[in-house]
Design a protein around this ligand. Sequence first.
Ligand SMILES: CC(C)(COP(=O)(O)OP(=O)(O)OC[C@H]1O[C@@H](n2cnc3c(N)ncnc32)[C@H](O)[C@@H]1OP(=O)(O)O)[C@@H](O)C(=O)NCCC(=O)NCCS
Length: 190
Amino acid sequence: MMIDLIDLAESHLAVTYRWVSGPSVRDGLLVNRKISAEEHRAWFAKLANDSSQRVFAALADGCHIGNFGYRNLLPGHGTGELWMFIGPEFQGRRMGFPMLNRGLEMGFGTLKLRKVLLNVDTANARALLLYARAGFRVEGLLHAEQIYQDRPVDLLRMALMADAFVGLKRMLDVGRPETGPDEFPSDTSS
Ligand SMILES: CC(C)(COP(=O)(O)OP(=O)(O)OC[C@H]1O[C@@H](n2cnc3c(N)ncnc32)[C@H](O)[C@@H]1OP(=O)(O)O)[C@@H](O)C(=O)NCCC(=O)NCCS
């Protein structure tokens, strides 16, 4: 499965609005209120001039399946906060991991991040599984940090450092059948 991330464009807005208005994505991202179509367009219009954010459309073999973003980008610290979602009609097809992987390549590569962090609802089993598999470590429990649908929600603060991501990629590459012995990383201790 090839996932590409491209800058979110006008042509991605209608389906994005449908996705963020539905319960699956709202529950996952803890969007506590209904967003109007006008607010959605205004959010998009501001993105181009907002250096603290990057938002991408994720394409699987050319088909727009969801969005991936970084917010709170702090270049001086090399940190950024990741968020992602897959449209409900594309969920459950194991595209979460390749999409996350592509987003991390973008974060640690193009955006030159040192540390990627995120906050995830402790009840969001699918997301927790994905992040743990990608090597994210729990940095703390944020007790009753947000209100969602009139109830307090506990969040896990998780993070992945650039060197841990590189180490994990190396290990995954070792397992690939097409990888020849000459291409094995010389240092497998990390
Ligand atoms: C989180 C999200 C991106 C995962 O993508 P997905 O397409 O649903 O999940 P995938 O098919 O890639 O599966 C991811 C893992 O979760 C597991 N999983 C699937 N359904 C599950 C369920 N109901 N409960 C627990 N685990 C589940 C899968 O088995 C898979 O693990 P595996 O590959 O080891 O078997 C997607 O559910 C989503 O967009 N949710 C709404 C927004 C959100 O929560 N974003 C994250 C906020 S921090």
